[in-house]
Design a protein around this ligand. Sequence first.
Ligand code: ATP
Length: 643
Amino acid sequence: KALSRTREVDIPGGWKAGQPVPYAALAKVFALIEGTTKRLEKTSLLTSFLLLVIQRSAPGDTESLLQSVYLCINRLCPDYVGIELGIGESLLLKAIAESTGRSIATIKADLKKEGDLGLVAKNSKNAQKTLFKPKPLTVPFVFQKLKEIASSTGHSSQTKKVSIITKLLAACQGEEAKYIIRSLEGKLRIGNAERTVVVALSHAAVLAEQEKANRRLNTEKLTARLEAAAEIIKSVYSELPSYDLVIPALLRVGIDNLKGECKLTPGVPLKPMLAKPTKAIGEVLDRFEGKKFTCEYKYDGERAQVHKLEDGTINVFSRNSEDMSKKYPDLMDQIPRCLKAAARSFVLDAEAVAVDRKSGQLKPFQELSKRKRKDVKVEDIEVWVCLFGFDLLYLNGESLLHLPFVERRELLREHFQEVRSEFAFAKSSDGETTEEIQAFLEESVKDGCEGLMVKMLESEASHYEPSRRSVNWLKLKKDYLAGVGDSLDLVVVGGYYGKGKRTNVYGAFLLACYDADGEEYQTICKIGTGFSEEALQAHYETLKPLELTKLRGDIKVGGAKPDVWFEPKVVWEVLTADLSLSPIYTAAQGLADERGISLRFPRFIRIRDDKSADDATGPEQIAEMYERQVLAQSKGGKKNKGG
Ligand code: ATP
């Protein structure tokens, strides 16, 4: 099926072996992908394109495939390098105006009508008469320009960005301007989730190998081989989330040898393992029945993944794979003191928590969030941090991901040492009865923690699962016991102007969850109570620059009617008393019920600037929470109310 589509995305005569990939070919594939809602078809279109890229790349050229994949997922480098797209609307408007000779006001009016700046740019270009046909854009050229735009900082960077975008647009033909503008906005919006690209990449690699070897498998065998290949790339990527490393290796050694070639590597942060929420100690015992498990304090700080390379370099990465060495120069000083000599290279999973250095008392996350995020100088630090190590993922040249947790913990304790107020092992108790867990939970709260993390200790179920929210790690927060449930991380997508004293700021906000499969934000509730005047002012200042002229196509609105729309960027942690079915909001529509799910009495907890909009809570989780609530209510004999 994949092969039969090869022709459809071909640009006749325009792309010979050894030549750079034309951007027009990619834009054509994007248009075809956008034109179908069927996931299999999207995958096969992309497979055909990537297969062509592999087959037409000159021997030894790994960049063509690498750059094509990056453009398909709209990224420019691994997450930890921190060069991101997401250019504000006003800069894009300016560039479109400059390159097409139209006024910003007319472009804005078009945008109001169309709702898609990409389309407006394309139409503006196509209406323009040009004397000369511009030189066709190529994938390497566009990639390099996007990178220049995204990485330019400092004083004159705005002007520089506008100038590069203007020139890029001037060279666009056909559909190209639409996708270049959307790339710059930060989202392609063609329903092309990263997992689709990864599957297509693996399929293209298998098909290319087969054609090269002139081998044909029967359909059954081919299907099995394609599925196995997709699993290999997914698993390799979760250990080594860098296409810069995985794609050249794939082309060099092939799918079957990829696992041996690409392993967890200090310096490349892996996506952390996450926990499932549980509401009661009984639920923990049910899930872990008969298995050995341990309870650890759930510290209320910021996740820190510490890497030490053989050459002595130390890196600290955030939950989001951001390099945090500039935020935590104090940690960088502290870390060497907690190592024993035998720890030559390692990856440590830990939580950085605000601490009172004199008393050793832990402080809540709110204290930690007072620290600056960048360019912190040790002499200016007022809020100190203690690192609590809870897992060891790599040690002296070996990945430990596939060892049982009990062995990883042993190695952690052997190779690190506690230093007062600087480093400690996460406090744990291997107790097994409800009473023991209850007592430990209360102790954790008294010591300033959020509750407990309960982890499987032995067997395969206790292996480290990068990027997974796993049932083998359960979180038990003190709040859950009060019946409130887990908090949600939601994206602020809209604002309502305030009333009375608050007319100069937004008085309430529209929140959304994020569906990674459909690449869309689904609205979930309006939140507007409990904000102080100062907080509203601060939110206004953050959100005002993100205002959009027109609602973007990837926000599934339902019946909500905010006064303004925002670029989906800001993530808030929110608690709710209750979830209810809603005719207005779209979150998790079609999962638990035809209707969407909404939050009743949402309460703002904090800004989550360690999470990006794509890390927001997903619809499946919301449906799961809702279903659990219905179950609990029916057990308790209460009726579930729709809303
Ligand atoms: P939240 O932190 O709001 O609960 P989350 O989505 O960031 O949500 P969870 O999976 O819910 O992450 O909880 C795991 C988080 O708890 C980790 O990311 C880590 O920052 C923190 N944590 C604190 N103590 C521990 C511990 N002992 N083991 C694992 N994680 C811990």
